[in-house]
Write a new protein. Structure first.
Lengths: 424, 154
């Protein structure tokens, strides 16, 4: 089984330096792109691969790039931004790539910048990722010295400067337009779309924002082609994915596996099954902002469309397991409290609704909840939905709430009827 | 008053950007790096340097969770309270730290040694529970490990 993104990452050992990376064929994809391909050909290649964004939304990467105006000097400057603000609860995959193989990301970014003809690139890095910060700075320094960054890269005439912006906290910075406001030194409040960042992004200029895992693919796709990429997945989507499992399982961790493996395979074969004395009750398949899957979904294939058909989202592909010793109300309360705290406060359903939901869940968990809260929770979940809010924050918060109420309704009722949490 | 060193570092950041106000978050972080937190006076000083209003700077400062607008202790404990760490028992660790230091989330010990704050998911869920002390990351926490760690930070 091929593991292109992680084959050289050995947890616990040092990150790949430039020499290591070059020995494994590193920067050959960049060489090929700059010497033999036009920017349009690179974009066409990525489009043909059907690489879907790995940050959670699954938007086709090549399509995103093709929205960038390519009319020479008139569209300068342009920007490429790597979203490395990993903060979705239960998600720990970008950290793995950043700490393990920084040059893979940097090479992908240089090729991506060439494809859209950007002359400046930023890595928007989560504040807490101190180790990744140091590793990236060293790798960027190596790349400049070797002539992969800076002026006239590999004699091609293409110039690129790459900067790291270390954030100052807040989950909303992961929303791409909020991220752009944050890069501009402002409050990280999402922007109205349209105009989309491809037309008016950073400093009002054409900008592409891509996730770490997405950009880490680019050199592999340029080198090996779109058909190779498509052949990596078990379903039609294309590629492998970093999956992860946390919670009460025998062997929590992150693994690169073909898109389309089942929830059961991930749980049983890779995570080693449930920890002894614990039973599976459900899982958020792709981070906190995805709907619960339960036992009947164990054979669902983990790819974008199949998980969506089962009523949830692949999201970040990192799964949080709910076991029978953990209270589902406490679980949902924890997640909603996170969303309430992290709301940027810009639009009403999110700013007012999320704290309301959090308070009701808190009192249900404490044994002082009322039956009427259950309808109010559903009411709020509905109004958090797409189209009612400015960005995807509240719709994300609605997912674990609505599915938690659906699958664990009896547990909510028990808390209210017994006036206590049965798990405490 | 900002020190010469602080002004020099902030100007370095300004030079990277199309206009000075973009350096707002960098400037707040620089001041906090030197002083531990950002006072009302520092807000005014940064506003003057970046040529924007005090309110604008304060609006940014109070938005971001890692900019402190109140003094913090010499060491800041950031205990992850997100869902994977909850499943893996952060609440009992919180109870232990809180009891041992005599402070709740948001408080500082009377000797100024520790401030205890919650933090959202640290991206280390397969090694939960996790926390940071200052810039250092720790995982697979137990009560014994917490005792060892707290002894290191003076």
């Amino acid at each position: 089984m091929e593991r292109p993104l992680t084959q050289y990452i050995k947890p616990g050992s040092l990150a790949f330096n430039l020499d290591d990376y070059k020995k494994t064929g590193g920067y050959e994809g960049l060489r090929k792109a700059l010497k033999n391909m036009t920017p349009g050909e690179v974009t066409g290649n990525v489009k043909a691969s059907n690489l879907l964004g790995r940050g959670g939304a699954g938007f086709p990467t090549g399509v995103k790039w093709s929205l960038i105006p390519m009319d020479g000097d008139k569209s300068k400057p342009k920007y490429l931004v790597c979203n490395a603000d990993e903060m979705e609860p239960g998600t720990f995959k970008d950290r793995y790539l950043l700490e393990g193989n920084p040059h893979q990301l940097i090479e992908g970014m240089i090729i991506a910048a060439y494809a859209i003809q950007a002359e400046k690139a930023y890595i928007f890095l989560r504040w807490a990722y101190k180790k990744a910060d140091a590793i990236l700075r060293k790798a960027i320094d190596e790349a400049y010295k070797a002539g992969y960054l800076g002026k006239n890269i590999l004699g091609s005439g293409f110039d690129l400067d790459l900067y790291i912006h270390s954030s100052a906290g807040r989950y909303i910075c992961g929303e791409e337009t909020a991220l752009l406001n944050s890069l501009e030194g402002k409050r990280a409040v999402p922007r109205t779309k349209p105009p989309f960042p491809a037309i008016s992004g950073l400093f009002g200029r054409p900008t592409v924002v891509n996730n770490v895992e997405t950009l880490s693919w680019i050199s592999h796709i340029v080198e090996n082609g779109a058909d190779w990429f498509k052949g990596l997945s078990l379903t039609g989507t294309g590629g492998t994915k970093l999956f992860g499992i946390s919670g009460k399982v025998k062997n929590p961790g992150t693994w690169e596996l073909p898109l389309g493996i089942t929830v059961r395979e991930l749980l049983e074969e890779h995570a080693g099954g449930m920890a002894s004395g614990h039973k599976f009750r459900g899982a958020l398949p792709g981070g906190a902002s995805t709907d619960f899957l339960i036992e009947e979904h164990l054979d669902v294939k983990m790819d974008f469309s199949t998980v969506a058909a089962a009523g949830s989202r692949l999201g970040t592909g990192t799964m949080i397991i709910l076991d029978d010793k953990t209270c589902p109300v406490a679980f949902v309360h924890n997640v909603e409290k996170f969303f309430a705290l992290e709301s940027c406060g810009w639009c009403t359903p999110c700013r007012e609704g999320l704290p309301w939901v959090e308070k009701m869940l808190s009192s249900i968990e404490a044994g002082t909840g009322k039956m009427e809260y259950l309808n109010l929770l559903s009411f709020n979940a509905k109004y958090f939905g797409p189209g009612n809010t400015f960005c995807a924050h509240a719709p994300g918060a609605a997912e674990p709430l609505q599915s938690g109420l659906k699958y664990f309704y009896d547990d909510f009722v028990r808390h209210i009827a017994e006036k206590k949490c049965p798990w405490r | 008053m900002l020190t010469e060193e602080e002004i020099k570092e902030i100007r370095n950041e300004i030079n990277q950007y199309p206009y000075p106000a973009v350096a707002c978050i960098d400037a707040l972080k620089i001041v906090q790096q030197h002083r531990g937190w950002v006072s009302d006076e520092s807000i005014k000083d940064i506003a003057l340097l970046l040529n924007v209003s005090n309110e604008e700077i304060d609006g940014v400062a109070t938005f971001y969770s890692r900019i402190y607008r109140k003094p913090v202790g010499r060491n800041v404990i950031l205990l992850c309270d997100s869902v994977s760490c909850m499943i893996m028992g952060y609440e009992s660790l919180y109870g232990y730290i809180s009891g041992k230091l005599g402070i709740s989330f948001g408080e500082t010990t009377s000797d100024g040694r520790f401030t205890l704050l919650p933090i959202s998911c640290l991206g280390d869920c397969d090694n939960a529970p996790a926390m940071m002390i200052n810039n250092d990351h720790f995982n697979r926490l137990t009560i014994e490990k917490i005792d060892e760690l707290l002894a290191i930070y003076k």
